[in-house]
Design a protein around this ligand. Structure first.
Ligand SMILES: [Zn+2]
Length: 478
């Protein structure tokens, strides 16, 4: 089969670049893709051998870069015991209770569902914080994750999670998973790096060192060892941090300091580090994160679903923190796609600022928070920002020379009819705009809103059967 890699995308209604300020939009209306890279943007004529994509009435964005996920949770959506629980109780009720129930088949199916959901929102790069590890595991989750991403044509960053200590909330569970030994964890990072890691700026496969939580998964000394191994191997560091107030309480009780200070002491800050959440931070923690150039994976839907709060992105960005967007696992976000996530980010940043508004007689200086985040900001966080925290600098923006990772959205649903500015539609209107094309390195992954060869109805039936099996294995009585 001859798969074209050279494209001329013609007559786009709007093109958003992922850049800021006056560079956030570009007139186009045509984009040339040659050998997987953006070769030209402007008014262009077709060259011999180029395949055409008619983008009339469509909007072109850089493909999304999702910087925090737990794909195995794609079969744990809306789990009733955890549905109305805040973070710690939810962890015990849903992911930790179910994770030992996964076998190779259900794990692979969950990964596939999550990746397909993301591709259908225009996402090309997925960083998965994968922490389903225990000694003597009967399947290689890393291999399955890379295989499934490869099969769909997506870029995949494996954030190798895991723990060397058992949290109390796991020890009390009937299906507790045992932690790994530090040496085994570090040896597996070396194995994965040799097998998969590509340091190139447009890599399709990356490895990241990512103990599940900074405060609870290892001892302080071990956490420091993970940072040193990462830097020796040229890998980035990722973990959860300051998702709820419990992090502040735990860090004070265990270490007598703030969570960010604790990370700083274990060499876990810097431009090669990004954290999911960062919802509950003290002002001095924001300064530390910013001055070190660390990054955030902002997960507004999960933070909303768990009632954790809303990260203060304008303050973080002003301090120097690199901002990106992650969907987080679908067990705490029943819409784990990048269009839903960025729509939520846009609304919630504004609502957050509005919550701080006070009457002028009480010292207030503004009425509301509509200036907290523009569509261009949210798009930049979800594309260029994500590429930056992952160190994949050839991705995330639509510019000549960059990798041709782009999403072409058709605004053919009534929710988009009547828009004065079609460019904002995919983010501002919510829902899922149809994906006319998703290109990843010039390869067309989505064709007219379909993934070629995929039977979505059959996938849904498999998911239903797998949910029943997981419930049986986790001891759910029906
Ligand atoms: Zn997470």
């Amino acid at each position: 089969m001859n798969i074209p890699n050279n494209w001329l995308i013609r007559n786009a209604s709007a093109i958003m670049t992922g850049l800021s300020g006056s560079e956030a939009r570009i007139a186009g209306p045509d984009i040339r893709v040659t050998d997987g890279r953006i070769a030209a943007i402007g008014r262009l004529e077709a060259l011999p051998g180029e395949a055409l994509i008619d983008a009339r009435d469509c909007v072109v964005y850089p493909a999304w870069v999702n910087t925090h996920h737990h794909l195995f949770q794609s079969l744990l959506k809306g789990e009733p015991q955890g549905l109305n629980q805040s973070l710690t109780a939810w962890l015990a009720a849903t992911p930790y209770r179910f994770r030992a129930a996964f076998d190779e088949h259900s794990f692979r199916l969950a990964v596939r569902i999550g990746l397909i959901e993301l591709a259908r929102s225009g996402c090309a790069t997925v960083a998965d914080h994968h922490y389903l590890y225990y000694p003597g595991m009967p399947f290689d989750g890393a291999a399955i994750l890379f295989e499934e991403a490869d099969a769909l044509g997506l870029r995949f960053v494996l954030c190798r999670g895991g723990a060397t200590q058992t949290r109390q909330l796991e020890a009390d569970l009937p299906q507790a998973l045992r932690p790994e030994k530090l040496d085994d964890y570090l040896a597996d990072i070396e194995r994965l790096t040799a097998q998969y890691h590509d340091p190139a700026s447009d890599a399709r496969r990356r490895i990241v060192v990512a103990p599940t939580t900074t405060l609870h998964s290892t001892t302080a000394e071990e956490l420091c060892e993970t940072a040193r191994l990462a830097r020796r191997l040229g890998l980035r560091l990722h973990s959860h941090l300051s998702e709820t107030v419990d992090y502040l309480d735990a860090a004070r009780a265990k270490f007598g300091m703030t969570p960010v200070q604790f990370c700083a002491e274990q060499e876990w800050l810097g431009p090669d580090v990004w954290f999911a959440h960062l919802v509950k931070l003290l002002p001095e923690e924001i300064r530390l994160l910013g001055s070190s150039g660390s990054g955030i994976a902002h997960c507004p839907q999960s933070n909303g679903r768990l009632g954790s709060g809303i990260a203060d992105l304008p303050a973080l960005e002003a301090a120097g923190v690199r901002v990106s967007i992650g969907v987080d696992g679908a067990a705490s976000n029943e819409a784990a796609d990048m269009l839903s996530e960025t729509h939520a980010a846009w609304l919630l940043q504004r609502a957050r600022k509005g919550e701080q508004a006070k009457p002028r007689y009480a010292g207030g200086t503004f009425e509301g928070g509509a200036d907290a985040a523009s569509i261009e900001d949210v798009l930049r966080w979800g594309t260029a920002g994500g590429a930056q925290v992952l160190g994949l600098d050839a991705l995330g923006t639509l510019q000549v020379g960059q990798a041709a990772d782009l999403a072409i959205y058709g605004l053919d649903d009534p929710r988009y009819f009547g828009l004065h500015d079609p460019a904002i539609g995919p983010i501002a209107c919510g829902g899922r705009a149809s994906v006319k094309a998703l290109l990843v390195g010039g390869q067309r992954v989505v064709v007219d809103d379909r993934l070629p060869g995929l039977d979505l109805a059959a996938l849904g039936r498999e998911a239903n059967a797998a949910v029943l099996q997981l419930q049986r294995r986790a001891g759910v009585r029906r």
